[in-house]
Design a protein around this ligand. Structure first.
Ligand SMILES: NC(=O)c1ccc[n+]([C@@H]2O[C@H](COP(=O)([O-])OP(=O)(O)OC[C@H]3O[C@@H](n4cnc5c(N)ncnc54)[C@H](O)[C@@H]3O)[C@@H](O)[C@H]2O)c1
Length: 244
């Protein structure tokens, strides 16, 4: 498949995990890809590994200046932007009684504000594309409640809601916006929180396993492609059945 030949895709949080798998997937289908992250060494190495049609830009999704510079740089590098994947995220579990204002603000700034600023700054380049698409990575924690995730869950429900607002507002400009809700996906994020995810019993989903970053990447690519041209404002779970 060469669904993204001639297109440019920006993926945040692409130095590792699902973002890295998404970058590789879009690149393998002919896209020019801009990988962004605060992890500069890993992101730079991955872009070099992908080779031609790939570039890394150091970018902090919580900074509005950083977003404006990112799309200027993307147009300078590849002349256009057709797809934004708002993938960067953090997950720091804590009981409600242990949740500090600082923890809430950290989640808010990366997961919620970062996604909102991305949609804001992508609008102009995506309008020029004529067939723009935004894919926002929420979570199964944006579809149902999990204990010890009040700060994380709040932002992932917000991503789901903001996706619908943006889908309504940007449809007249030819931009589709959808949210993806991964369940437990085998990445560093899961490993770094293994005590918590073992407590929840991540393997207890009806399909009895963790998902892979490549499985999420395939869904994200579908939602960014013209094959999903009639899908906008949708929330798609990829969670082995956790949200049933
Ligand atoms: N792994 C899971 O089980 C799971 C489940 C549901 C949803 N998600 C969501 O999927 C997305 C990807 O997660 P992952 O599993 O690949 O985790 P990960 O921790 O491996 O990757 C997240 C990436 O985001 C980057 N990032 C963090 N803060 C940033 C910032 N301020 N600016 C730019 N980049 C920043 C990190 O450096 C990292 O490279 C996240 O939004 C996460 O919340 C993950």
């Amino acid at each position: 498949m060469n669904r993204f030949a001639g297109k440019t895709v920006v993926i945040t949080g692409a130095a590792r995990g699902q973002g890295a798998a998404e970058a590789a997937r879009f690149h393998s289908e002919g896209a020019h890809v801009v990988l962004t992250d605060v992890r500069a060494d890993e992101g730079d190495a991955l872009a070099h590994q992908l080779g031609e049609r790939a570039a890394f830009v150091r970018h902090d999704v919580t900074s509005e200046d950083s977003w404006a510079q990112l799309f200027d740089e993307t147009e300078r590098l590849f002349g256009r932007c057709d797809v934004l994947v708002n993938n960067a995220g953090i997950y720091r579990p804590a009981a409600i009684s242990e949740t500090t204002s600082e923890l809430i603000e950290q989640h808010f700034r990366v997961n919620q504000l970062g996604t909102l600023l991305g949609m804001k700054h992508a609008t102009t380049p995506l309008r020029k594309s004529g067939r723009g698409a935004i894919v926002n990575i929420s979570s199964v924690a944006g579809l149902r409640g999990f204990s010890n995730a009040i700060a994380y869950g709040a932002t992932k429900w917000a991503v789901r809601g903001m996706t619908k607002v943006a889908a309504a507002e940007l449809a007249p400009h030819g931009i589709r916006v959808n949210s993806v809700h991964p369940g437990f996906i085998a990445t560093e994020m899961l490993k770094e929180n293994s005590d918590e995810t073992n407590r929840i019993g991540a393997d207890a989903a009806p399909l009895k396993r963790h998902g892979t970053a490549d499985e999420v990447a395939a869904l994200v690519a579908f939602l960014a492609s013209d094959e999903s041209a009639f899908i906008t404002g949708a929330e798609i779970a990829i969670d082995g059945g956790w949200a049933i």
